[in-house]
Design a protein around this ligand. Structure first.
Ligand SMILES: Cc1ncc(COP(=O)(O)O)c(C=O)c1O
Length: 429
């Protein structure tokens, strides 16, 4: 049973030894297993963790998992959360327990991680033309009849390469593919026109190694995205599904896949997918949001669809990066010991939120404290008042962009409100 395999793999993760590979863990815990350390329920602030330390709020993660489960169920959407965000099998297991259909990947390496943890349904939102990866995939499909894998195609050349590699690998099952419709002129991947999509359907029909099961794309790449442009592109995607179905391209399928949706426009996806006409088979309307799991204090806080539909709930930012003031060279300047190695910086700089006194542990809002830059290992702070901070204080930073926050940490403490560390989330980037 796949679920049992995943559970076993997660148990094995808890047996991993704590050591220098994992930033910020208490030096005196070296040699314990992760499970043993979690069972000690140490306090993040007082029980030996070193700064900088990234913490994930246990309550906020649970809230976000439950909210998207409710949201997708309410809107009749299946859910394959994008796993590249966290690359954390413990979170995948919880996403699946919260009703997810499967997990989305971007590249074959991620699919390999998922398979090694027993994930049974993988949607790879990219064209796979790497012969070695296709060889591996053919083996996985042959070895496990219950393994469901779907990936994109967006070019005839890609189809040729996939077919050649799968034939060379003596694939025993065809690989399920969806045609990717590009999100408009100037967008990222994806065929630009419906005519090209029909040509791709012809090319897929001409090979035995691939099976066309639907259409997909990513509205997050619509150039100058706004509600009108995103809706227009989603309507094109839905019309493409209907058109290919009317041409008999989805004959003999148990279900037809129509997939879109990151964390910025799932309300619009839900709205347009609700209008999908009946097709010749039931439709798997597959949403792929990933960033929702931790949410953030910047990019996604600004973009979340819940700003438009507040009565449907609100995500909670789950990350806090705690760093320590190591230098206060002038009344206006302070430096923390966390930098680009520790914090996401590709979309926005971190924001100072809370100060924890280095003297007595009291908390206060980080009023008047601004992050103005990041070096590799330092955050540059500007302070309005000389007394705002002193060397030794801890500062909590809110981050912008979940994907580039998770990937800087291999073992992330999961903390309760009072700082009790209840578990550790292992990532595989
Ligand atoms: C193709 C694709 N699907 C889904 C997602 C998930 O979107 P988000 O990170 O906004 O949750 C991404 C993110 O980059 C993506 O590239």
């Amino acid at each position: 049973m796949a679920g049992e395999r995943l559970a076993q793999e997660l148990t094995d993760l808890a047996d991993e030894k704590v050591d220098h590979r994992f930033k910020a863990l208490p030096p005196d815990a070296a040699g314990r297993t992760v499970g043993e350390l979690a069972a000690e329920r140490r306090n993040l602030f007082t029980d030996g963790f070193t700064t900088p330390v990234l913490a994930l709020s246990a309550a906020s993660v649970e809230h976000n998992l439950a909210l998207l489960e409710t949201y997708t169920a309410r809107h009749g959407l299946a859910f394959a959360p994008h796993g590249k965000t966290s690359m954390a099998p413990q979170l995948f297991a919880r996403q699946l327990a919260h009703g997810a259909w499967g997990i989305t990947a971007a590249v074959p390496h991620q699919a390999r991680v998922y398979r090694d943890f027993g994930i049974q349904r993988i949607f790879l939102a990219n064209e796979v033309v790497d012969a070695a990866a296709l060889h591996w995939l053919a083996g996985e499909l042959a070895a496990d009849p219950d393994f469901r894998f779907i990936c994109y195609v967006d070019s005839v050349r890609g189809i040729e390469l996939m077919d050649a590699a799968l034939r060379a690998a003596e694939a025993t099952r065809p690989v399920d593919v969806v045609i990717e419709l590009g999100a408009g002129e100037g967008a990222r991947t994806g065929a630009r026109t419906e005519v090209e999509c029909r040509e791709l359907a012809d090319a897929i029909a001409g090979v035995d190694t691939l099976r066309l099961v639907g259409v997909a794309g990513y509205e997050g790449e619509v150039p100058d995205a706004d509600e009108e442009r995103v809706t227009a592109w989603l309507r094109r995607l839905v019309a493409l599904a209907a058109d290919l179905d009317a041409c008999g391209r989805f004959a003999d399928l148990d279900e037809i896949v129509v997939s879109a949706g990151g964390s910025a426009w799932f309300d619009t996806v839900a709205e347009v997918f609700a209008d999908l006409p009946e097709l010749s088979a039931p439709i798997l309307k597959l949403l792929r949001s990933g960033a929702y799991v931790s949410h953030d204090d910047g990019h996604y806080r600004h973009l979340t669809p819940f700003n438009r539909v507040p009565d449907e709930g609100a995500l909670q930012p789950a990350f806090r990066l705690w760093a320590q003031v190591v230098s206060r060279p002038t009344p206006e300047q302070a430096f923390l010991n966390a930098g680009k190695r520790d914090a996401a910086y590709d979309l926005d700089l971190p924001r100072a939120q809370t100060v924890r006194s280095g003297r007595d542990g009291t908390l206060r809002p980080a009023a008047g404290i601004t992050v103005t830059g990041l070096s590799d290992q330092h955050a540059w702070l500007r302070t309005e008042h000389a007394g705002d901070l002193e060397v030794g204080d801890w500062v909590a930073l809110g981050l912008s962009h979940p994907c580039t926050s998770f990937d800087k940490w291999q073992l992330i403490p999961l903390v309760e409100e009072d700082g009790t560390v209840v578990d550790f989330i292992r990532t595989f980037f």
